[in-house]
Design a protein around this ligand. Structure first.
Ligand code: GMT
Length: 372
């Protein structure tokens, strides 16, 4: 098949998943074209059968902001026409699904559209009146729609009054298994071999990074430990200020955006994800794949990924005391941490393994094309 994949070039979930799906499909021999405003971080390195197309709207004095959706639709239509694409897979409804519908019109409906809903395109920004009608249209008019969790599928139906099939296709983990010597990165992260707590996100409000800091403050009050904060975003400055004001700086490391999260996760002891909502929580799954137990909020799709008490611990959103208690239980019980981490890794590498999930997408493409 000849497949177009549109996504954000983010370090965060939907851009990661889209790029990894593209690489996996290309490895199966499909012709994959990835469209984004910049090269997605996971697309570094040459991948046979993958072509990247940058979407860069031209400015014009009349435009207050360049019409990104129109520019995206134009590139989609042009690439689909020139490379005879069979299907466009739009990741994150805004604006990729709307752009894909425009491109399909430009191509006289000679292409199929699959839209994957990732999270805040439904639960946060998608509800905003300035986007809601177009998200609703995208769900209704796409040839197939998938959601990354059963939670998100139900939220989509509830929020948009959708009465069409929405397939649940989970995210998968596709990080290299760390074969390095973890003692090296431990020296970097924790010279005194103190336990390492880790958080990775885009530091936006939904991630509740100040709860991460408060959890660490509570644990650190009783036990020597380190906190590694990977990523960047609007709440990073507040988190750094918290560390300074609470005199935690010596034991907290803000790395900024990182492509090599394998090294950090391979040397982590507990992963913290206290988000107010997560349709899935890809960062937690990636931690699990390195045998790192997760302390997270019982929100959104997280309970579909982390089995409470088996792969980690879940607490109510905002319950920092409970999350700190769980983190302390894990860092003071190496046996528990190893046992939970082992179950977490087993679950990550089987239930959320790449091949079966990519084959689900492949099957959906064939279904909408009438090829099966
Ligand atoms: O919606 C966002 O905050 C961004 C989005 C992304 O592009 O990272 O995250 C969503 O998609 C990820 C990949 O499917 C999921 O793992 C995240 O849970 C989801 N974020 C939220 O639902 C808040």
């Amino acid at each position: 098949m000849r497949i177009g994949i549109s996504c954000y070039s983010t370090f965060g979930g939907s851009g990661v998943v889209a790029a990894e799906i593209g690489k996996s499909l290309a490895a199966k021999g499909h012709d994959v074209h990835i469209l984004s405003s910049a090269l997605p971080p996971r697309l570094i390195g040459f991948e046979d059968h993958v072509t990247f197309h940058e979407v860069s709207p031209s400015p014009y004095p009349l435009f207050e902001t360049a019409p990104f959706t129109v520019a995206f639709a134009s590139v989609m239509a042009d690439v689909a026409d020139r490379y005879h694409l069979d299907v466009i897979h739009a990741h994150y409804a805004i604006p990729h699904a709307s752009a894909a519908l425009l491109a399909r019109m430009a191509l006289d409906d000679k292409i199929k559209i699959v839209t994957t809903l990732h999270g805040t395109d439904i639960t946060v920004v998608g509800r905003d009146p300035s986007y809601l009608p177009m998200v609703k249209l995208a769900i209704r008019a796409s040839d197939a729609v998938t959601a990354v969790s059963e939670y998100l599928r139900q939220e989509s139906i509830k929020t948009f009054g959708v009465n069409r099939q929405i397939d649940v296709v989970y995210n998968f983990v596709s990080l290299p298994q760390f074969d390095g010597n973890t003692s090296n990165c431990r020296v970097w992260l924790s010279p005194d071999s103190a336990p390492v707590l880790t958080h990775i996100s885009n530091f936006r409000a939904v991630k509740r990074v100040i709860d991460v800091m408060r959890i660490f403050e509570a644990v650190h009050r009783e036990h020597n430990c380190k906190l590694v904060m990977v990523g960047d975003g609007p709440d990073r400055l507040e988190a750094e200020t918290f560390a300074r004001e609470k005199h935690l700086e010596a034991d907290v490391r803000f790395t900024g955006k990182q492509t090599d999260i394998a090294s950090v996760l391979a040397c982590s002891d507990v992963f913290l994800l206290p988000s107010s909502t997560e349709s899935f929580g890809l960062s937690a799954l990636e931690a699990m794949s390195y045998g790192v137990p997760v302390v997270a909020s019982r929100a959104g799709g997280i309970p579909e990924v982390i089995r409470d008490g088996q792969d980690g611990f879940l607490a109510e959103v905002g319950d920092v005391d409970a999350m700190a208690e769980y983190a302390i239980r894990l860092i003071t019980n190496p046996g528990l941490r190893l046992e939970m981490g082992g179950r977490a890794k087993e679950r990550a590498l089987t239930t959320f393994a790449e091949d079966p999930i990519v084959e689900q997408y492949q099957s959906i493409y064939q279904r909408v094309l009438g090829w099966k």
